[in-house]
Design a protein around this ligand. Structure first.
Ligand code: PXP
Length: 240
């Protein structure tokens, strides 16, 4: 059964619209767990535009399932991660100006530093995933650096508009999931997935886990977090 990790960043985005206390991403995590999710994901960005340090510390205290911290591979973030010790760290690229994480991590161009960061995290028993484009060179580089997982970037698939590009992107994800798994990596996927486009992804048997944020929070604004999470879980558990 594919696991669902709910990313609560955009609950914090709404809070930051008023720089206040509500809505609380930690409360959203608790409700998501009560609805049956397998894990909680948050991204502590360098500019702290949504999740704050305090949220992360609180999430570490309250999350009972699995906490996956997305972060850039910087000294500041490694220091925080090795203090908090989430179950998993997902290394992502980060640009200040971007609206959201735009591309996968370029592991191939920076293998020594990525390996060093992975080693530091492993020393604290943190499982490490690298968020990469569905590209065989990046996947091979992830193996060489000692990553445990790759999270395949589904953004190109989610943004594809016509049927043939959707099929092409899906095929890329399918073959790269297979390649990563053959090379001994765990495989997850995420970015831009929603209640419709997630269905075809469920067909890819090597994908163990999906990380979904924006679509669930967007629905939660209308119907509530618990219902939004349950509807996604139903789709995932039903399978394609
Ligand atoms: N996985 C990673 C690595 C991400 O950076 C994000 C966005 O923060 C997600 C999954 C979730 O993407 P979305 O919010 O589009 O569902």
């Amino acid at each position: 059964m594919v696991r669902l990790g709910v990313n609560v960043d955009h609950v914090a985005t709404v809070r930051e619209a008023r720089k206040g206390e509500l809505p609380d991403p930690v409360a959203a995590a608790i409700v998501s767990e009560m609805a049956g999710v397998d894990g909680i994901v948050c991204h502590l960005r360098e500019d702290r535009r949504h999740i704050r340090d305090k949220d992360l510390y609180l999430l570490k205290e309250v999350v009972k399932t699995h906490l996956n911290l997305e972060m850039a591979a910087t000294d500041e973030m490694v220091k925080i991660a090795t203090e908090v010790v989430p179950d998993m760290v997902t290394l992502v690229p980060e640009k200040r100006e971007e609206v959201t994480t735009e591309g996968g991590l370029d592991v191939q161009s920076n293998p020594d530093w990525i390996e060093e960061v992975i080693n530091q995290l492993h020393n604290h028993n943190i499982v490490v995933s690298l968020f990469v484009d569905p590209d065989v060179q990046q996947i091979k580089a992830a193996v060489r650096c000692g990553a445990d997982y790759v999270e395949l970037h589904t953004g190109m698939y989610a943004n594809a508009e016509d049927l043939s590009s959707i099929a092409d992107e899906l095929e890329k994800l399918r073959s790269m999931a297979m390649a990563a798994s053959k090379l001994g990596l765990g495989v997850s996927a995420g970015h831009g997935l929603n209640y419709h486009n997630v269905r075809d992804i469920l067909d890819i048997e090597q994908i163990e886990e999906l990380n979904i944020g924006h679509a669930i929070v967007a629905k939660a604004v209308m119907v509530g977090m618990e219902t939004a999470v349950r509807e996604m879980l139903e789709i995932i558990r039903r399978g394609k």
